[in-house]
Ligand binder design. Sequence first.
Ligand code: SAH
Length: 246
Amino acid sequence: MPFRADILTLYPEMFPGPLGISLAGEALRTGLWSLQAHQIREHGIGRHRTVDDSPAGGGAGMVLRCDVLAAAIDAAVPAEDTRPRLLMSPRGRRLDQAYVRELVAGEGVVIVCGRFEGVDERVIEGRGLTEVSVGDYVLSGGEMAALVLLDACVRLIPGVMGKEASGTDESFENGLLEYPQYTRPREWEGRGLPEALLSGDHARIARWRREQAELITRERRPDLLSPSPLGGEGGPAKPGRMREGR
Ligand code: SAH
């Protein structure tokens, strides 16, 4: 069964957005994956279809109501649906390539997009939402985070891209960042190509790429190579495979 994404949002017109073009868009049209955006406001309260209210205990901003969100989720997703239910949230588990692979291996995702100050905590518990973050910064809503997550997933669906996307050479796939890439021309503004790449010696090229990947990773992301002092994130990079999520 193709990968199915159901999105709960106050801005359904943001979907598929950029995922409607290029390879992801082509795959959407040919049915390699599907996406449905649901308007949370349809389950809003009263004549004004209110979806939010002020925070209990006071403070700035507005909070998405748990009853409204739950009604929206229940209408969009049957109870027996076993897909993971995600809530985009800066407090969540940080999205990484290992988690993307895990999601793509399943039947799809249900994604709730927060807005304002966030959502009433009780709906997270009551509907079993898993919070997922795209990074340590704050967006104005979960929609762009959901698009990022879906883009990372969709490119791994078999048939969406050429074989390069599923290869083990890409950044993070083997616990390393990718080696530098080059193409034509052979010389540009006085810069040539690395000797090894011109050698035609496949073993030598592979060795050079591996060395470069290790060098760049050590320089830029030593956390991918060594266990963190807390022992949580960034465990030891196991050769030939991606490190586990946290
Ligand atoms: N007050 C919240 C931030 C709310 S931002 C806090 O401090 O944690 C509004 C919405 O944007 C969130 O509910 C979430 O859905 C989305 N969002 C913001 N930053 C995000 C991030 N880094 N990753 C995923 N979703 C994010």
